[in-house]
Design a protein around this ligand. Structure first.
Ligand code: DAH
Length: 384
């Protein structure tokens, strides 16, 4: 709450309201305008703060609404009263026609709004009292109070956009649990306990058999068991790693895994599909690049990059002058992984990819700090 509301201590506006325009050195239209603007800005901030308390059902809401009323509307020494007595009434003749309308605007807005606020605070208090006394159920005749409308989180928005592209070409959405077995997260994906690549994933273990999944890849195993082949899925969801938070790392983040298993699947299917995907997401002019890489669950493995959508590959800050943006890991599903999913690698082959949704959202909206997504700061979230 505003410290002034609580302590009744003086603030710049209260001080100014105690002086006349002459004492404040205000002698012309610009000065009057600036002075009233300052008061209105201050009032709006204080009013908004109390409205938000109401939206949160803050138990102090009633007190805050009363304090706001007293500070602005009290008959004896409310700010409106002081401004009337000190600015308007003694204003010199030539300033009066300017001060009058400004004063009226200032007076009308708080009077109407603060009365509304007090009414809704009273109805919250009545509802709480009725509930406490347990005499009756909730009083459905009480007026409601407005809640602020939220908006779709940017990560969710981008996730849906990515999903739509793959849904359009015959993939279906499959999800898996965030608490996963060590077997599905590692062993079945060809990452045995002794294998050094397990260290690539800084894992949060729950016990020796259970962990918070470090990637969405274990859903590959679950889906192969559940549906068999042929199989075309994408698997969006949250993943967890024991990371120190920084601009691009967070202990919780989002991935989408893709998996296609069918007869006669080749690397050409992988390239063709992912190239189509990149053009859909970043625009038709996008070019793609595949470089060799290593993942235990794919052979061969690759890193896919797209030509930078911001500079069309010429080089800029976002692509660090390289012209390319790394998008995802991918590759041909390792025969052992197919086997662990109960699929015969002699009959079927597959390709897979894994990408970070948060990174796509950061690229799309030009956000340079992943932490913004998870801090629930409405000033950030309201922009989407
Ligand atoms: N699971 C990998 C990771 O989190 C990403 C990945 C790479 C998934 C290649 C795949 C793949 O399916 O083929 O780092």
């Amino acid at each position: 709450m505003d410290p002034n509301l609580e302590t009744g201590k003086s603030d710049p506006i209260t001080e100014k309201a105690g002086k006349t325009l002459a004492e404040l050195g205000v002698h012309d239209e610009a000065g009057v305008q600036a002075l009233f603007d300052e008061v209105l800005t201050m009032y709006r901030a204080e009013h908004q703060r109390v409205v938000m308390m109401g939206a949160r059902e803050d138990p102090e809401f009633g007190k805050a609404a009363k304090a706001l009323h007293d500070r602005w509307l009290s008959q004896k020494h409310g700010l409106i009263r002081l401004i009337n007595d000190n600015w308007l009434r003694p204003a010199p003749k030539e300033l009066k026609p300017l001060v009058g309308p400004q004063f009226n605007q200032l007076r009308l807005q708080p009077t109407a709004e603060i009365e509304d606020l007090q009414e809704s605070a009273a109805s919250v208090a009545r509802a709480v009292a009725a509930h406490r006394s347990r005499v009756a159920g909730p009083d459905l005749t009480l007026p409601g109070y407005r809640r602020e409308l939220g908006s779709i989180h940017p990560v969710t928005r981008v996730q849906r956009e990515l999903e739509d592209i793959f849904l359009g070409i015959g993939f279906r959405i499959e999800t898996g649990p965030e608490i996963e077995s060590v077997y599905n997260n590692f062993d079945a994906l060809n990452i045995p306990e002794s294998h050094p690549s397990r260290d690539d994933w800084d894992t949060l273990y729950i016990d020796s058999q259970t962990l918070l999944r470090t990637h969405t890849s274990p859903v590959q195993i679950r889906a192969m068991h559940k549906y068999g082949a042929p199989l075309y899925i994408i698997t969006p969801g949250k993943c967890y790693r024991n990371e120190n938070p920084d601009a691009t790392h967070s202990a919780m983040f989002h991935q989408i895994e893709g998996l296609a298993v069918d007869t006669d699947i080749t690397f050409a299917d992988l390239k063709g599909t992912l190239d189509f995907f990149a053009k859909k997401f970043f625009g038709e002019k996008t070019r793609t690049r595949f470089q060799p890489s290593f993942f235990p669950f794919t052979e061969p493995s690759g890193e896919m990059a797209a030509s930078c959508p911001f500079c069309e590959g010429r080089g800029c800050r976002t692509c660090k002058e390289s012209g390319w943006i790394e998008l995802m890991g991918c590759g041909m599903v390792h025969p052992d992984v197919l086997r662990h999913g109960g699929i015969d690698p002699e009959r079927f082959s597959g390709w897979a990819f894994g990408l970070g949704i948060d990174r796509f959202a950061m690229l799309k909206y030009g956000i340079d700090e992943i932490q913004h997504f998870f801090q629930s700061d409405v000033r950030f979230l309201r922009q989407f």
